[in-house]
Write a protein that binds this ligand. Structure first.
Ligand code: ATP
Ligand code: MG
Length: 568
C-alpha cells in the first residue's frame, strides 16, 4: 500500500502519533488494532475505522491486529467472522500472524478479574439485573450502593469460581468493579464486568459459563497485545475513564492510549449492524451482501472497488466532529476510479429492433477502441448488420424540440457505425406498441473515414441483433428515499423509508458479444449508461447477470443541493 503523502496536513491522530514518536514513547512503536464484533457484516463505517487503523500503521511502519471482540456468544457466529476476514482482505489490508480473538484471552481475563477481587476492587453482586439498573441512578441522581458491595474477598472468590463452574443460573450473580456509585460518569458506577451466560461459544464451546463484558475485555486485550494507540469512535469517549481505571488497577502489561474520532454516517443509508440485520431478517433485502447494502460485501458485489473506498475514507478525513457525508461523495470516488479502469462497451438495456433496409445481408466490421484515452485497453471489431437493437428511449415518435436522437424522418449516428434515418415505425397490431423501426443508412457516413460532410447532433449506442448476447441487468438506486432514515422527526421506523425503486430488474437486455467473457469484479462502462459488473453470486454462463455499480452522472445532485439549502 502506498505511503501517505506527508506533505498534506496531519490529522489530529497523526499529530498525536508524531509527537509520541518524537518523545520516544512506546520505544517509537505504533501498534493499532481493528476490533470488530462478529455479529454482522462490516459496513462502510467500519471501512473508515479499518483505513485509519491499518493506514496509520502502514504510514508509520507499525503493526495492526485484527481482533474479534467475541464476548457475546448469543449474537456471534463463524459466518460473520469469515465475512469480516474477507472484507478486510478485500479492502487491501493484511495482518500477517496478528489475527486474535478476545476469547483467546478468556483465561487471562479471568485472572485479572480475580486480581481485582483480591485487591478488594471487585465484588459479586446478587441483585437482579433490573435492580442493578434501577440503582444505577441518573445523570442528575447518584446511584445506590449494592447491599453486596462489602462481601468479603473470600466469599467473592468462592462465588466467582462457582459462577465459572456453572453452579449458578443466568442472571443470579454478576461481577462488578468497585469504583464510585456517585460518579458523575454513569459508566463508573460499579459497572458489571462478568455475567453468567450459559451459551455455547463458537470458539470456546462450553468451556465458559461466564463471559466478560466489553469495557473490561477491550482495554485488557489492547494491553495484552501491546497496542500503543487504541482508536475508536466517539461514543467510547465516556468509557475512557473506565478503560483507564481497569488498566490502572490491574497488573496490565502496558497502558494503551484510547483516542476517539467521529463515526462515519452516510446519507440515504444506515450504518448500524443492528439495523442492517433487521433488513436482512425481515427479508427487505436479499441478504447481507445485497448490492444495495452499505456492507463491504454488498458494495463489492455491486462493483465498488477497494481503491475507491479507500480513497473515499481518505477524503472524508479524521476529526472529532459528528457529521453526515453525502452519498454522492462515495459515488464520485467510485466513478473516478472506474473511469480509469473500465473498458467501454455497448449494451442495450431496453431493446428496440431496427432494420436497415438498404444494408446488404452481410456483417461489416467496425473498429471500436475500448477506452477513449487509454490505448492499453486496445480495441475490438463490432459487427454492423442489417438488424440491430437500439435503446427504446433513443427513439421518440413525437419528440420535444431539442431531442437529438432518432425520430420519424430524422437521422442519428450509430456510434462507430453509420448515420441512419428512420423511415417507418412498425407497431404490434394488437397492443399498438412500437416493435420495429425501418431505417435506411447512408453508406458515405462510415465512422472514422472522414469522407462524409454530413453532420448530425446525436450519437447513440446499438448492438447487432444477430451477434448480441442476452443478459439480465439489475439497476440499483439508493436504499432509502430520505437522507436520514433513522433521524426523522415523526419518529417513524427507518424501514418505512425504504426506496421501493431501489432495484429494477431488466430481463431482456442485449449486449455486445465481447461481454460473454466478463469475469466477476471486472468493471465495464456500458456507454451512456453507467458502470456495470457481473453479479458474483447469481450470474451463470447460460444466464448472464450484470449489476449497475453507479450511473455516469449524479442524478441525485439536485436533490442533495435542495436538501442543503433547506437546512441553511
Ligand atoms: P455497529 O453499531 O454497526 O454494530 P459497532 O461499533 O458496534 O458498529 P464493532 O464491530 O464493535 O461495531 O466496531 C468495530 C470498530 O469499528 C470499532 O472500533 C468502532 O469504533 C468502529 N466503527 C463502527 N462503526 C463505525 C462508523 N460508522 N464509523 C467509524 N468507525 C466505526
Ligand atoms: Mg459494538
Amino acid at each position: 500500500m502506498d505511503k501517505k503523502d506527508h506533505s498534506s496536513p496531519l490529522n489530529f491522530i497523526q499529530q498525536i502519533i508524531t509527537a509520541d514518536i518524537e518523545a520516544g514513547k512506546n520505544q517509537g512503536q505504533i501498534i493499532t488494532r481493528f476490533p470488530p464484533e462478529p455479529n454482522g457484516f462490516l459496513h462502510i463505517g467500519h471501512a473508515k475505522s479499518i483505513c485509519i487503523n491499518f493506514g496509520l500503521a502502514n504510514q508509520y511502519g507499525g503493526k495492526t491486529y485484527l481482533r474479534f471482540d467475541d464476548t457475546n456468544p448469543s449474537k456471534e457466529s463463524k459466518e460473520y467472522t469469515d465475512s469480516i476476514i474477507d472484507s478486510v482482505k478485500w479492502l487491501g489490508f493484511g495482518w500477517e500472524n496478528r489475527l486474535r480473538h478476545a476469547s483467546d484471552y478468556f483465561d487471562q481475563l479471568y485472572e485479572f478479574a480475580v486480581q481485582l477481587i483480591k485487591r478488594n476492587k471487585a465484588y459479586v453482586c446478587s441483585l437482579k439485573p433490573e435492580e442493578i439498573k434501577a440503582q444505577r441512578g441518573t445523570l442528575k441522581e447518584p446511584g445506590v450502593n449494592s447491599p453486596y458491595r462489602d462481601r468479603s474477598v473470600t466469599e467473592n472468590l468462592e462465588l466467582f469460581e462457582e459462577m465459572k463452574l456453572g453452579k449458578h443460573e443466568n442472571g443470579a450473580h454478576v461481577l462488578r468493579v468497585k469504583i464510585d456509585m456517585a460518579s458523575p460518569n454513569i459508566n463508573m458506577r460499579d459497572p458489571v464486568i462478568y455475567r453468567i451466560l450459559k451459551v455455547s461459544h463458537h470458539r470456546t464451546g462450553d468451556k465458559w459459563g461466564i463471559y466478560p463484558l466489553y469495557d473490561f475485555t477491550h482495554c485488557l486485550s489492547d494491553a495484552i497485545e501491546g497496542i500503543t494507540h487504541s482508536l475508536c469512535s466517539l461514543e467510547f469517549a465516556d468509557h475512557r475513564p473506565l478503560y483507564d481505571w481497569v488498566l490502572d488497577n490491574t497488573d496490565s502489561p502496558c497502558h494503551p492510549q484510547q483516542i476517539e474520532f467521529s463515526r462515519l454516517a452516510l446519507h440515504y443509508t444506515v450504518t448500524s449492524k443492528r439495523k442492517l440485520n433487521e433488513l436482512v431478517d425481515t427479508g427487505l433485502v436479499n441478504g447481507w451482501d445485497d448490492p444495495r447494502m452499505p456492507t463491504l460485501m454488498g458494495m463489492r458485489r455491486r462493483g465498488y472497488t477497494p481503491s475507491a473506498i479507500r480513497e473515499f475514507c481518505d477524503r472524508i478525513g479524521v476529526t472529532k466532529k459528528e457529521n453526515y457525508i453525502e452519498m454522492s461523495a462515495l459515488e464520485t470516488c467510485v466513478r473516478e476510479d472506474l473511469d480509469q479502469k473500465s473498458p467501454r462497451v455497448m449494451a442495450v438495456l431496453q431493446p428496440l429492433k431496427v432494420i436497415i433496409e438498404n444494408f446488404p445481408d452481410k456483417d461489416e466490421e467496425m473498429d471500436a477502441p475500448f477506452h477513449p484515452y487509454n490505448d492499453i485497453f486496445g480495441s475490438r471489431k463490432l459487427p454492423f448488420t442489417k438488424e440491430l437493437y437500439i435503446e427504446q428511449d433513443d427513439f421518440m415518435e413525437d419528440p420535444p424540440k431539442k431531442f437529438f436522437r432518432l425520430k420519424p424522418g430524422g437521422e442519428v449516428r450509430l456510434r462507430y457505425g453509420y448515420i441512419i434515418k428512420c423511415e417507418a415505425v412498425i407497431r404490434d397490431p394488437q397492443t399498438g406498441e412500437i416493435v420495429t423501426l425501418k431505417c435506411s443508412y447512408d453508406p458515405e457516413t462510415r465512422s472514422g473515414t472522414g469522407t462524409s460532410i454530413k453532420k448530425v447532433k446525436g450519437t447513440i449506442h446499438w448492438v447487432s441483433a444477430s451477434h448480441a448476447i442476452d443478459a439480465e441487468v439489475r439497476l440499483y438506486d439508493r436504499l432509502f428515499t430520505v437522507a436520514n432514515p433513522t433521524g426523522n422527526k415523526e419518529g417513524k421506523d427507518f424501514k418505512e423509508f425504504l426506496n421501493p425503486e431501489s432495484m429494477k430488474i431488466l430481463k431482456n437486455c442485449k449486449l455486445e458479444k465481447s461481454l460473454i467473457e466478463a469475469k466477476s469484479e471486472e468493471p465495464f462502462q456500458f456507454e451512456r449508461q453507467g458502470y456495470f459488473c457481473v453479479d458474483r453470486n447469481d450470474s451463470k454462463p447460460d444466464h448472464l447477470i450484470f449489476n449497475r455499480t453507479v450511473t455516469l452522472r449524479d442524478s441525485w445532485a439536485k436533490i442533495e443541493k435542495a436538501n442543503r439549502q433547506q437546512k441553511k
